[in-house]
Design a protein around this ligand. Structure first.
Ligand code: 5AD
Ligand code: SF4
Length: 443
C-alpha cells in the first residue's frame, strides 16, 4: 500500500502541535504527507471539543469520508484529539460510523503509529483511550509548520474547571514537564534552525516544573532558563490565566529581552458576577489591576483576549459591562465566541440559556467594537519600524511575504525568499484591522 497521510486539525495550538508530532512520527516510519486528503491512503482527523461548532464540523467530515471508505476498504480513517476523551462521542462513532479504523485520545499520541500499523496489517480496528498520563513530549519527532518557529508544550491539562469549559475533562489534570526536559527540547530545536518558541499550556502561570535537584520552578524562572540558550531569539507563551499572573513574571517581561512584549489574557466577560459564575477567580477590578500592572511595567505591551458572549443568565447590562471593559482595555485583538453548551460541564445545566438570536445580536455588537479598536491601534503603527521574523509567503498573496512583530502583529511586505526564517526591519506603511502592511528597510 502507498504510505501517504493527511491530517485535518481542528482547534487550538496544542492540537496543532499534536498534529505536528503525529506527522513527525509517520514521516520517520516512511510515510509521505500530502496536502489534499483525497490523495492520502490514511486520513487523520484531530478533533476539538471546546465548542459545538467543532463537533459538528468533525461529524460533517466523517460523513464526507464514508462514501470513499465504502468504495475503498483499505483507505484508513483515524480519529483522535479532545473529542475522543468523551465517552458519548466514542459511543456515537461506534454506532453511527463503525467503519472508522483507529480511535485514540490526547494522552497517547505516541502509540499512534503502532495502532495504525496494527490496523493496516491485521485489518482490525484499534481503540485506545487513556485517562491521563502524558509525559513523552520532546522525545517524539515533530514536523514543524514553520522552520524558524516552534510550539513547545511545557505542561498538560487544566485544573481550573471554568464552568463552561470541557478542557479539564478532555485534557486531564495539570502537570508540568521538568525544566531540563523543556530546555533540552528547545536546544534541539534551536540547532535545527528555530529562532522563536511558543510555550504552550492551558494556564502557564501555574507551571510548577520539578527540576533534577528536586526544586520546584515557577514559570518566570523557566523563561529565564530558556532565555540563556544561544541562538534562541524570541520566547512567547500561551495561555495565561489572569487570576495568577505574578509580579515575578511581570518583572521578567521587563528584564528579559527575549520574552516578546505580548500577552494573551482571556477575560471571558466584563461582568464580575458572570466571571464568578464562570469560576474564573477574579473580578473586573482585579483583572483591570493586572492590566495596569502589566502596562506600567511594559508600556508598549500588546494584549489580546478571549470573550464569551451569552453565558447562561447574561443580562443586557452584564453584556454592556463586557463592552465597557473592551473599551477600557483597548485590546490589540480579541477572539470572540458565542457561548456553546458542553455536555458534562456545570454551565450546561444552568437555567436561563440565552436565545440564539440574542447571542448573535450581542456578538455582532462586540465584534464591531473589537474590530474598530484593532483598526485604530494598528493605524498608529504607520511609520514605525518593526523587527519581523519572516515566516513565509503571505496567505492571501503568495508573491508577498509575511511575518510577526515582537508584539505578534502580522505584517505583509514584499521581499525575497532568502528572507524566510530571518529577522528583517519593516517600516509599517499601513495598519489594517487584522494586519499591517510594510516595506523592508535597512538597519
Ligand atoms: N463556549 C464558548 N466558548 C468557549 N471557550 C471555552 N469553552 C467555551 C464554550 N463552552 C472559549 C474560551 C476559551 C477559548 C479557548 O474558548 O473563551 O478561552
Ligand atoms: Fe478551560 Fe478555564 Fe482551563 Fe482555560 S483555564 S482550559 S477556559 S477550564
Amino acid at each position: 500500500m502507498e504510505k501517504t497521510f493527511h491530517i485535518t486539525t481542528f482547534g487550538c495550538q496544542m492540537n496543532e502541535h499534536d498534529s505536528e508530532i503525529m506527522a513527525g512520527m509517520l514521516l520517520e516510519r516512511g510515510y509521505r504527507q500530502v496536502s489534499e486528503r483525497r490523495q492520502a491512503k490514511v486520513a487523520i482527523i484531530n478533533t476539538c471539543s471546546v465548542r459545538e461548532n467543532a463537533d459538528k464540523r468533525f461529524f460533517g467530515t466523517l460523513g464526507q469520508l464514508k462514501r470513499r471508505k465504502m468504495a475503498e476498504p483499505d483507505f484508513t480513517v483515524c480519529v483522535c484529539g479532545c473529542m475522543m476523551q468523551q465517552q458519548h462521542i466514542i459511543d456515537t462513532i461506534k454506532t453511527k460510523y463503525p467503519w472508522v479504523d483507529v480511535i485514540f485520545g490526547t494522552h497517547n499520541i505516541s502509540h499512534f503509529p503502532e495502532l495504525l500499523e496494527h490496523v493496516i496489517q491485521e485489518k482490525t480496528k484499534q481503540i485506545e483511550i487513556l485517562e491521563d498520563g502524558r509525559t513523552d513530549d520532546g522525545e517524539l519527532p515533530s514536523r514543524r509548520m514553520y522552520q524558524c518557529k516552534a510550539l513547545v508544550n511545557i505542561m498538560y491539562g487544566c485544573n481550573n474547571f471554568c464552568t463552561y469549559c470541557i478542557v479539564p475533562y478532555t485534557r486531564g489534570r495539570e502537570h508540568s514537564r521538568s525544566p531540563e526536559h523543556i530546555r533540552e527540547e528547545v536546544e534541539k530545536l534551536v540547532k535545527d534552525g528555530v529562532r522563536e518558541v511558543m510555550l504552550l499550556g492551558q494556564n502557564v502561570n501555574s507551571y510548577r516544573g520539578v527540576s533534577e535537584d528536586g526544586s520546584t520552578w515557577s514559570f518566570a524562572r523557566l523563561i529565564l532558563f530558556l532565555a540563556e540558550i544561544d541562538g534562541l531569539e524570541r520566547i512567547r507563551f500561551m495561555t495565561s490565566h489572569p487570576k495568577d499572573l505574578s509580579d515575578e513574571l511581570i518583572d521578567v517581561f521587563r528584564s528579559c529581552d527575549k520574552l516578546c512584549k505580548n500577552i494573551h489574557l482571556p477575560v471571558q466577560s466584563g461582568s464580575t458576577e458572570i466571571m464568578q459564575r464562570m469560576n474564573r477567580h477574579y473580578t473586573r477590578e482585579s483583572y483591570m489591576d493586572t492590566v495596569r500592572r502589566l502596562r506600567k511595567a511594559v508600556p508598549d505591551i500588546t494584549m489580546s483576549t478571549d470573550i464569551i458572549v451569552g453565558f447562561p443568565g447574561e443580562t443586557e447590562e452584564q453584556f454592556q459591562d463586557t463592552l465597557s471593559l473592551v473599551e477600557e482595555v483597548r485590546y490589540d485583538s480579541a477572539f470572540t465566541f458565542l457561548y456553546s453548551v458542553r455536555t458534562g460541564t456545570p454551565a450546561a445545566s444552568y437555567g436561563e440559556q440565552i436565545p440564539e438570536e440574542v447571542k448573535h445580536e450581542r456578538f455582532n455588537r462586540l465584534v464591531d467594537l473589537v474590530n474598530r479598536i484593532s483598526a485604530e491601534k494598528n493605524a498608529k503603527y504607520k511609520g514605525r519600524v518593526e523587527r519581523v521574523l519572516v515566516e513565509g509567503p503571505s496567505k492571501r498573496n503568495s508573491k508577498t511575504l509575511c511575518g510577526r512583530t515582537d508584539g505578534f502583529k502580522l505584517v505583509n511586505f514584499e521581499g525575497s525568499r532568502e528572507m524566510i526564517g530571518t529577522f528583517v526591519n519593516v517600516e509599517i506603511t499601513e495598519g489594517k484591522t487584522f494586519s499591517l502592511e510594510g516595506r523592508v528597510v535597512e538597519e
